[in-house]
Design a binder for this molecule. Structure first.
Ligand code: CP
Length: 336
């Protein structure tokens, strides 16, 4: 069974084919690739872009999407194996995934970490549970990675720079946020940027904000194959200088996972990691570097109004491209 759980599971040729098909969907929105087919979108967390773009994308291809929120409008689900279900959960993933597979042709799952114990969250138990028990393809709608966002980001960069992104200076910068956030988009940005052969700088306040070794390892593996590079930096000016792309994201420091009151004073010291006009002025050609973010974004906390409203901000294009790349992923999975 072919799922879309991580881009790292798909070959470069498959990813390029998805991006090509996404560009075709962007040029011609309506089709029959999902006529008579359907997708269940299972959301354990809120969404604006993912939910809307998947629902509309399925409809534009002649298909149907049903949205479920376990614990709210669907029964709470148990994921532990062999557990005595005498708590709050009403049915097991072994039944949920197989029942949904009898109704729909695809299942999408959004399940953020619980933010208590990273050794548990990094197992991606909810997504893996669906993938293990479903008899139809499963799509990751953001768990501890966000592969659909990766594809939208890649398509947006291709539109600006062409398909060959090798040699571009790509800065993935941590930004301040009042809460400790998921590392998923950062893991994903690191993964796809190195996969595409860019010269990646991971800019973060200190070594405590480095990403999980799994994703740092994927980056090294990708560099070996794509010829790009990875530099870890805590020097804002050096990182931004001559960058082609600045991609911003906030995330919680893994050594403090589940102990966020201890992380808070550390994080507070780094409010100046905000993406502002002065930093963007250091980017290539006297400040012509592109800026993006997966959204949602807190203005004047993560990036200033000036950066968000600049013609070099491509975040809205990236959000639109979620629609096109996800249609390409759904169409490809449905073709088997
Ligand atoms: N970027 C993204 O996944 O947006 P939502 O959380 O609104 O779906």
């Amino acid at each position: 069974m072919k799922h879309f759980l991580n881009t790292q599971d798909w070959s470069r040729a498959e990813l390029d084919a998805v991006l090509d098909e996404a560009a075709a969907f962007k040029a011609s929105r309506f089709g029959q690739q999902m006529t008579g087919r359907s997708i269940a979108l299972v959301f354990f967390n809120p969404s604006l872009r993912t939910r809307t773009s998947f629902e509309i994308g399925a409809w534009q291809m002649g298909g149907h999407a049903v949205v479920l929120a376990p614990g709210k409008d669907a029964w709470p689900i148990e994921f532990e194996v062999g557990t005595v279900m005498d708590g709050d959960t009403e049915e097991h993933i072994a039944e949920v995934a197989r029942v949904l597979s009898r109704y729909v042709d695809l299942i999408g799952v959004r399940a953020f970490p619980k933010f208590v114990d990273w050794t548990l969250d990094r197992e991606d138990t909810v997504l893996r549970g669906f993938a293990r028990h479903a008899t139809v393809p499963v799509i990751n709608l953001e768990t501890i990675t966000h592969p659909c966002q990766e594809l939208a980001h890649a398509l947006t960069l291709r539109e600006r720079f062409g398909a060959d992104l090798r040699g571009r200076k790509y800065v993935l910068t941590w930004t301040y946020h009042p809460k400790a956030l998921n590392t998923a988009v950062a893991n994903s940005a690191l993964t796809i940027a190195t996969r595409l052969g860019m010269d990646v700088t991971l800019l973060c306040p200190n070594p405590q904000y480095l990403l999980d070794e799994r994703y740092m390892g994927w980056a090294q593996q990708n560099i070996a194959e794509s010829g790009g590079s990875l530099t870890v930096s805590h020097d804002i000016e050096a990182a931004y200088r001559d960058a082609d792309v600045v991609y911003a994201k906030s995330w919680g420091a893994l050594p403090f996972f589940g102990n966020w009151t201890a992380e808070q004073p550390v994080r507070e010291r780094y409010r100046h990691f905000i993406v502002d006009e002065a930093k963007m002025a250091l980017t290539r050609d006297g400040g012509q570097g592109l800026f993006s973010h997966c959204l949602p974004l807190r203005r004047n906390v993560k990036a200033t109004d000036g950066v968000m409203d600049s013609p070099n901000c491509i975040a809205i294009d990236e959000a639109e491209n979620r629609l096109h790349v996800q249609k390409a992923v759904m169409a490809r999975l449905l073709r088997g």
